[in-house]
Design a protein around this ligand. Sequence first.
Ligand code: NAD
Length: 358
Amino acid sequence: MNKKILILPGDYIGTEIMAEAVKVLELLKAEGEKIEWSFGHLGGAAYDAEGHPYPPSTQKAACEADAILMGAVGGPKYDSLPRAVRPEQGILGIRKDLGLFANLRPALAYEELAAASSFKPEVIAGLDILILRELTGDIYFGQPRGRRSNAEGAEEGYDTMHYSRPEVERIAHVAFQAAQKRNKRLCSVDKENVLETSRLWREVVIEVGKQYPDVALSHMYVDNAAMQLVKNPKQFDVIVTGNIFGDILSDEASMLAGSIGMLPSASLDVNNKGLYEPIHGSAPDIAGQGKANPLATILSVGMMFRYTFNRADLADRIDAAVKQVLRQGKRTGDIAQPGERIIGTKEMGDAVVAALKK
Ligand code: NAD
């Protein structure tokens, strides 16, 4: 049976970068891969077409699909809309609806782009780490939260951090399994010296780890992890952490890679059904000009084959094709150094397809 992919290009550069990802799918289908895809609306485009950033038609198609590829949503056209129909509600809606609790973000420093990074080449050359962030729990969703008067009558805001054993167990399993597919080292990041939530987190991760004796487990406090990521990032293979720590560390790690236009991501449910998207936004400043870098979106297609379709062979081919075009010196504006020839979105997509061809 064909694997069903729902494509949600989104807004501004979303449609431009997604057109290049589709070229990759077309090539693989022509080679005989059993995949099919359909398009839907999300974010501002969905509001324009159907009056809601996550309309019922998209909801239905998302539930029926095996995987979802998303571009990016949002932009100035939608900034003055009421909160309930803002484009980001579309992303939050689909994540919640599909129970996407595990966010995977690789941070990879391509040798060819070392000069684009703000880090010394020797610190990042050959860097290849994966950050796994729990996405649906922690202080971002904990109740109670709100505003109140404290005992002295002063106004205060408060939030609640918590994780349940099952929540930690399921993200830990994803993390150990991801480490098994890589270099078999997992670092769990917490604040166990201060937080009760982290004490439980660490206990559960250790317990789950007993089922994965081939993976070397270590632990690190989040403040140290933030420091180690810039001091010696290559010591890490897979990092697993909670929602708030992961939010911060994954953004920090993305800077190691040099350009925002190069980084894919995945959000998975318990059955490895996933939503795949570049980490960047809709880049309204360059939309419609054919300048956007499509590589993060194409690498998201690779992640989809790796994590949802269990096709490491195709994922490796896509990753290798991207490396090859970089070696050939192909550069969109965001990754070009002064004096380098700059190519457009379509030319970059075509170059990847040419490199992918057997
Ligand atoms: P952004 O990521 O869209 O852009 C930041 C900078 O990076 C811009 O200069 C942009 O031109 C550049 N850039 C981003 N992607 C690029 C690419 N593929 N190729 C070349 N250059 C690229 O962030 P922003 O400007 O803060 O946000 C713009 C809109 O995107 C906002 O509405 C924001 O809410 C939304 N956003 C959406 C997502 C998402 O859909 N997941 C994520 C972040 C931001």
